[in-house]
Design a binder for this molecule. Structure first.
Ligand code: BGC
Length: 739
């Protein structure tokens, strides 16, 4: 490589270093031509490469469109994600792209978020594990990943300005762990900060998030880049830890940075720190060993097909699937001819080819196609009549329903979870024919199905399947491939069952995450709501049995070395091969803070031949039992009886075993506003306080009095008349024992 990082830092002028911390145009870093520092090239992902050929969000070069994250996540298969990452890396290499801007690991706080199709799950463990595998695969090819949008970017409404008001506990337990996992497991070359504000400051100017947490706690060494246009004040953002502003036209922020250094408002060392990170990235790019064979488009199309096999989730099936070999099929729905296979916005890929169910199913079964409805949503009686006639003349209806393109795009959130009215009306008409119906959904996030699912004999949640989705669908419908996807997000009965729904997308400029950690199944379980299909759910064409749960514990939470090994035996009891995603949840013990009834803590996908049994071992550590204690500013396990639960989904956990953990109670630091109850639970401080009582005086409070005053701050209570202690006594003890 033609440059040395330290030399560039010493020899670079302030202007040159200031240029390094801003981009050059939309997709490049700036480089330093005088010192032979080249530019680094970035391009959008995450489920396919988007190398723009012209203007912003305009035409892009053809690339393989893999299933978006909503689909990939339903695979629950890290090995698959890794292969997709490798393929992305090969395509990036061929296109001369150094860093792919993805994956996005934001949590699906509400199914309404317009970018949920780009995100993995409502559960941080699943999102983190799958995204890490994709990043690992991508970076193994010598191309960088850029995990985004860090953090708490969970809606599109007012995304560039909204202040997300969320407790630190919810951040630590729900919104940050997927980032933490990707960062600590894979050191992505870049992390993209989000547009929004977080509890006040813009994320792009938030030193707590960008420096204290990301670098201080997670040891991140790569480059923090702004989301495109996230920077308001370049100097403030640099101070907070944002290394690279994108996009940028040279002569703007670079000048501000250089002038701030000249004026003594910003230290040159700080600019050097970020410039050095950009230089290290540039080095990484130059040193990467890459396989620059031409891309095998057909092989990537085939991988997209395999990924789509595992992306779809069979939600219901009365036996109509797989389709009988001689079945005459009425294939109804415009989506069979005009597939929806990805969402809108910066992730939109110009697919190398696109499969259509009208072709892929017609190659396997006798098919009569009827569009049934207009994608525009206008009622059209002639289309309905034609579809009904097709249904009447067929053995089975395969009905392609879904959301129109405009409903799911970056920049907009949905306002409800219903399918378009014309599609529901069509289903009613078709159901009256009596011909069995297999409904297939194309959508990037949950829709309400409870009102109409019973009219269908089978229901396949196809999500957005990428360019080969229709090939994969045909494979699954005819039974050449077993359905093996599982829901990475709950399908609620109604939107308003979700605790977040009253607080999404908030008010102008502000959204309060009042539901705290009760996101997705955590909230639905806590409020005991029925769901249409639970988190983790999915059927195959075979049946599975779970038995022999064994839980082995070594170490203790106090020593920090708690290890719990969970073993489960799964048996394929059916006549076809199939996959099972073994899921382990920890049912939380009652704690000093409200905790979700259960949380996913481990999973493993296995494939079993008919009659085959496999013992699966899943490890848990102390974090699986912990919550984030705001009082102690760290992860805490409290004593209690936890339940280890294993099974096929969050609401079907046939195996369970209790596990008692004993942990020495942590002292809650006392302060001026600590209550009488809190003081009494601190033996030492309470004894020290009582020692200050005047000779013969007592401070005993009978139970009925304590019931009333136990929650009052002691320091205020002792100011009442006739108290044997004073505020000065409280202060004296606080000086010795306070937090
Ligand atoms: C999106 C990012 C994307 C960037 C570049 C932004 O609007 O939020 O996800 O990578 O544009 O296109």
């Amino acid at each position: 490589m033609g440059f040395d990082v330290d030399d560039v830092i010493t020899q670079g002028t302030t202007d040159e270093l200031a240029r390094l911390v801003v981009g050059d145009g939309t997709w490049h870093t700036s480089g330093v031509p005088r010192l032979k520092v080249p530019r680094v090239r970035m391009a959008d992902g995450p489920h396919g490469l988007r190398v723009e050929l012209g203007g912003s969000l305009g035409e892009s070069a053809p690339a393989t469109c893999f299933p978006p994250a909503v689909g990939l996540a339903s695979s629950w298969n890290p090995a698959l994600l890794r292969r997709v990452g490798e393929a992305l890396g090969r395509e990036a290499t061929a296109a001369g792209v150094d860093v792919v801007l993805g994956p996005g690991v934001n949590i699906k706080r509400s199914p309404l978020c317009g970018r949920n199709f780009e995100y993995f799950s409502e559960d941080p463990l699943l999102a983190g594990a799958l995204a890490s595998a994709l990043v690992y695969g991508l970076q193994s090819t010598g191309v960088g990943a850029c995990v985004k949008h860090f953090a708490a970017n969970n809606q599109e409404t007012d995304r560039m300005r909204v202040d997300v008001q969320v407790s630190e506990r919810a951040l630590r337990e729900i919104y940050l762990p997927a980032f933490e996992k990707v960062v600590t497991a894979t050191q992505p070359w870049m992390v993209m900060c989000s547009y929004n504000r977080l509890n006040g400051p813009l994320v792009s100017e938030d030193p707590w998030l960008l420096t204290d947490v990301l670098r201080g706690e997670w040891d991140y060494t790569g480059v923090v880049v702004s989301d495109w246009g996230a920077v308001v004040n370049r100097v403030e953002s640099l101070i907070a830890g944002l290394d690279l502003e994108m996009p940028h036209v040279l002569g703007n922020s670079d000048r501000e940075v250089a002038e701030a250094v000249e004026a003594g408002q910003l230290s040159r060392e700080l600019v050097e720190l970020s410039a050095a990170r950009v230089l290290q990235l540039t080095h990484r790019v130059a040193d990467a060993v890459r396989d620059d064979q031409p891309v095998d488009e057909a092989a990537h199309h085939e991988l997209a097909r395999q990924a789509a096999h595992e992306s779809m989730v069979l939600l219901a099936n009365d036996g109509v699937l797989p389709l009988a070999p001689r079945a005459k099929v009425a294939l109804v729905g415009e989506f069979a001819r005009t597939p929806r296979f990805q969402g809108g916005g910066s992730s939109k890929v110009n697919a190398t080819r696109v499969e259509r169910l009208v072709d892929t199913l017609a190659a396997r079964r006798q098919v009569r196609f009827a569009p049934g409805f207009l994608l525009s949503g206008e009622p059209d009686d002639a289309l309905v009549e034609d579809a009904v006639a097709a249904a009447e003349a067929s053995d089975v209806v395969v009905l392609c329903l879904g959301l129109p393109d405009a409903d799911e795009t970056e920049g907009l959130d949905r306002t409800h979870l219903r399918l378009p009215e014309v599609q529901r009306a069509l289903l009613v008409e078709l159901a009256q024919t009596g011909t069995p119906i297999v409904a297939i959904l194309s959508n990037g996030a949950a829709v309400e199905v409870a009102d109409w699912a019973d009219d269908c004999n089978a229901l396949v949640e196809g999500w957005l399947g990428g360019q080969a989705g229709a090939l994969a669908l045909a494979d699954v419908l005819v039974g050449d491939v077993e359905p093996s996807g599982r829901l990475a997000e709950t399908i609620p009965v109604r939107l308003f069952d979700l605790p977040s729904s009253l607080m999404f997308p908030g008010e102008p400029g502000r959204v309060v995450y009042g539901e705290g950690v009760f996101v997705g199944y955590r909230g639905l379980d806590a409020t005991d709501r029925p769901v249409a299909f639970p988190f983790g759910f999915g059927l195959g064409y075979t049946t599975m049995r779970y038995d022999d749960l064994a839980v082995k514990v070594t170490g203790t939470p106090a020593s920090g070395a708690l290890r719990v090994s969970v073993q489960v035996r799964v048996t394929n009891t059916g006549e076809r091969a199939g996959c099972e995603v073994v899921q382990v949840y920890v049912g939380n013990a009652p704690a000093s803070v409200p905790r979700p009834p259960r949380e996913l803590r481990a999973f493993s996908k296995v494939r079993l031949e008919p009659g085959e049994s496999r013992t699966v071992t899943l490890p848990l550590d102390a974090r699986a039992f912990s919550f984030w204690s705001e009082a102690h500013d760290r992860w805490v396990v409290e004593s209690g009886v936890f339940t280890i639960e294993a099974g096929p989904n969050s609401r079907d956990l046939p195996l369970s075993q209790e596990l008692r953990l004993d942990v020495p109670a942590l002292r809650v630091p006392l302060h001026a506003e600590s209550t009488i109850d809190e003081w009494r639970s601190d033996d030492q401080a309470w004894a020290a306080l009582l020692e200050r009582l005047p000779e013969g005086a007592s401070f005993e409070l009978p139970p009925e009095v304590l019931a009333v005053v136990g929650g009052q701050p002691l320091r205020r209570f002792v100011k009442f008349p006739d108290m044997p202690l004073s505020a000065a006594d409280v202060d004296a003890v606080l000086a010795a024992y306070g937090g």
